[in-house]
Design a protein around this ligand. Structure first.
Ligand code: PFF
Length: 447
């Protein structure tokens, strides 16, 4: 059998997985979701879901990946044997990766465009209506957002085709610490704006009456999206984890870092938005309108704006890398394409759907079905349906289908790690996770 690549070190695993997890989900999508779902109430539910469902699910994906040493499709087949419906979960994961990458690169393209805009000082001396008009003009431009999206896809393919250790791991190790430093600097800036405390109150003072079914499913979808779980990305990364790595502690570190960056993004964005009189429900404009506006009015704003969009590009790139890696692992192992061919083919097919998503974001609202844009359809189909369903089957597979001795062998590294806490984790995987995901998911369907 061909020797598969591994991540070179424990730090490499954490950085690459954190690289996948940290992205537009934290910095762009989390503030939008929190803004639409009551701020503090959403944050509390989100943290509970990330801890109680997200972490065990991430560990479950690592277990499947490392046990099978395979892409998501091959993974279920390797462990369960050829003819089980679980292989469909693997196919569903690869499909999710395609669909997410398609709409994700729409906003990824915007981040690249906005990095260019901040470099060229396009926001200098502009007021809010002018900056809002710039955003609309950019999104409505006939080819610019598409060109940015394609450039982003090409960058992603370029890293992925270099392989696991040389490409993904090396880049993540450099980019992730940089991301945290830039975030912290931006937090301090945002907190010193006049009226910042109102934004902090919005994020940290939960109004418990706001916790509804919609908040629950939104938090579930957001945590799956943000942690890159429920679709096999972390089965793929799990397949590169070395046999002696403590995957429980790796997962806990990643969930902690991911939640921290989402909260930091909230601390950057909400105080700035409130200080400027922008509604927290402002959606896309939270990141692309409010912040450039605030930055260019601040001392050193040119630099901070540049840093912010550099940060967005970095965080986004390490996530698109992991999405394309799911597709590439499947194409190379299931269809025997070379890594280079698989990377370019994956990027090209994604581009076709991705361009439709990008066009659907124009203000004239073309390419929408029943009033919902292609972009939102892809977002909702994955975060609210495919990922929770994938997650449900993954915990059922690990908790009930796999032999308990195999699961415990993975969790304890063949008995070399203490088993007490790991037995408790297995109980959570068997009972709490499937029940909670099923209840939240079904209650949404009934509504
Ligand atoms: N977790 C990424 C984010 O928060 O931006 C998005 C993502 C990446 C989802 C990779 C799924 C995935 F496989």
């Amino acid at each position: 059998m061909k020797q598969r690549e591994n991540f070179g070190s424990k730090l490499g695993i954490i950085m690459a997985t954190a690289g996948s997890a940290l992205g537009l989900g934290n910095i762009y999508r989390f503030p939008v979701e929190a803004g639409n779902n009551g701020g503090g109430a959403f944050l509390i539910v989100y943290i509970a879901v990330a801890l109680l469902i997200g972490t065990p699910l991430m560990i479950s994906e690592f277990i499947i990946g490392r046990r099978s040493r395979s892409n998501p499709i091959g993974a279920f087949r390797t462990i369960a044997g050829r003819r089980t419906p679980f292989t469909l979960v693997g196919w569903g994961g690869v499909l999710s990766a395609f669909l997410i990458l398609a709409f994700y690169t729409t906003v990824a393209g915007w981040t690249l465009g906005y990095l260019g805009k901040s470099l060229l000082n396009h926001f200098d001396g502009q007021d809010l209506p002018q900056i809002q008009a710039q955003f609309t003009a950019f999104v409505d431009h006939p080819w610019l957002p598409i060109a940015c999206q394609l450039a982003f896809l090409a960058m992603t393919a370029f890293v992925v085709l270099r392989g696991v250790a040389k490409g993904i791991e090396r880049w993540s190790k450099i980019l992730m610490p940089l991301l945290l430093v830039i975030m912290l600097v931006l937090c301090i800036k945002s907190l010193t704006l006049p009226g910042a405390s109102e934004g902090m109150r919005f994020l940290f003072h939960p109004d418990f009456s706001k916790i509804t079914g919609k908040v629950l499913i939104s938090a579930l979808g957001q945590s799956f999206f943000s942690l890159s779980i429920g679709m096999g990305a972390l089965i793929t990364y799990g397949s590169y984890i070395a046999k002696n790595d403590n995957m429980v502690s790796s997962a806990v570190s990643v969930v902690f870092a991911d939640t921290l960056v989402a909260v930091l993004a909230g601390i950057v964005i909400f105080p700035a938005a409130f200080s400027f009189g922008i509604k927290p429900e402002a959606g896309a404009s939270l990141a692309f309108t409010t912040l450039p506006m605030v930055f260019q009015q601040m001392h050193g704003g040119y630099l901070f704006c540049l840093l912010f969009f550099l940060l967005l590009v970095i965080a986004t790139l390490t996530s698109t890398i992991s999405l394309l890696e799911v597709i590439v692992a499947a194409l190379t192992e299931e269809f025997h394409l070379t890594r280079g061919k698989a990377a370019w083919l994956g990027a090209a097919v994604t581009a076709v759907i991705g361009i439709l998503a990008t066009i659907s974001m124009r203000s004239s609202n073309p390419l929408s079905i029943g009033g919902t844009s292609v972009f939102d359809i892809l977002d909702h189909a994955t975060a609210l349906y495919l990922m929770p369903l994938g997650g449900l089957f993954i915990v059922l597979f690990v908790g009930w289908y796999m032999k308990k001795t195999d699961t415990m062998a993975e969790l304890t590294n063949e008995g070399t790690l203490r088993s007490g806490i790991r037995k408790a984790i297995l109980l959570v995987i068997r009972y709490l996770c499937p029940l909670a995901i099923a209840v939240i998911f079904i209650s949404q369907l009934i509504k």
